[in-house]
Design a protein around this ligand. Sequence first.
Ligand SMILES: NC(=O)c1ccc[n+]([C@@H]2O[C@H](COP(=O)([O-])OP(=O)(O)OC[C@H]3O[C@@H](n4cnc5c(N)ncnc54)[C@H](OP(=O)(O)O)[C@@H]3O)[C@@H](O)[C@H]2O)c1
Length: 332
Amino acid sequence: MPQINRQFVLASRPQGAVTPENFRLVETPLAPLADGEVRVRNHYLSLDPYMRGRMNDSKSYAPPQPLDEVMIGGTVGEVVESKNEKFAVGDKVVAMFGWQEYGTSNGTGIQKVDDTHVPLSAYLGPVGMPGVTAWYGLNRIIAPKAGETVVVSAASGAVGSVVGQLAKEAGARAVGIAGGQQKCRYVVETLGFDACIDYKAGNLYQDLKAATPDGVDGCFENVGGEVLDATLARMNPFGRIALCGYIAGYDGQPLPLKHPSLILTQRLLVQGFIVSEHMDVWPEALKQLGTLVAQKKLHYRESIAQGLDAAPEAFIGLLKGKNFGKQLVRLI
Ligand SMILES: NC(=O)c1ccc[n+]([C@@H]2O[C@H](COP(=O)([O-])OP(=O)(O)OC[C@H]3O[C@@H](n4cnc5c(N)ncnc54)[C@H](OP(=O)(O)O)[C@@H]3O)[C@@H](O)[C@H]2O)c1
């Protein structure tokens, strides 16, 4: 059994864009397990946009990531040592151990998962927090009816890819917005959206208008700024906007809306939400998402960086759209 745990801590808070210097790699001795404890070898770390917000020391829905402590993050891994009767060596678990190779728990905050039909990494993607986020925003806020049009931004990503596929399941027309032709092709050809607009092509509003001839009834917003502006201008009366993310503004730049009066004139519902505040829906959502993935009816893609050392650059890339699908770090 190794004696050393490698970890990334937050070394400093970013001023604008995140840099590698904001993180520090540390090596910490692994203490022997106490009675009731479990040791997990993490196989995958999830990198998520919310981590950018936690790096700031500012008012938000969650407290900031403390300096010099292990960066927060979802993980999946395998129990390698156990002094807790509820967990056996070899059990696969999902946890929030953060940016480190090993995690130790007293049995709380870790959950066994079955990787027989669902790959372990999917518990950090479509059958995990991003999947439930898609499920909640689509079903509980947008609630699309058959024949309605739903637009989702960051459509090839962990959340967006699930939103469009669930919208199609509900009989709606799904239109994605993504950066680049390759991502857009994937969104239509593999994920089965009806259309996808490349916002980098320079004709966002006109392209979106052409792809939404009947207007837009549901907007699942992941990006903000000009992307949200374009969809807002296409909203039908009584449309619903699930405000899930604002990634274009996470480095602190203000992103004013051009036409907020449309919220009034189109009588829109705009609802922000944080998925961790809706734990009541997780069992139902995970059951449905797990079944769809096991049956290969829900498609997803992963961007996998190799080794803990690669985590900072992969995270910086995620915030610039370099990932193509769910961003993970393989730790073994
Ligand atoms: N409310 C909640 O509870 C909750 C939970 C999970 C996630 N979220 C939010 O959901 C959104 C998607 O998260 P995810 O995990 O699925 O990430 P993701 O879509 O897998 O990756 C982020 C994507 O955002 C796009 N992007 C990045 N920087 C951008 C920029 N400056 N301008 C425009 N687009 C940019 C890129 O796609 P393109 O190349 O296509 O631009 C990038 O691939 C994020 O805003 C996240 O914060 C919210």
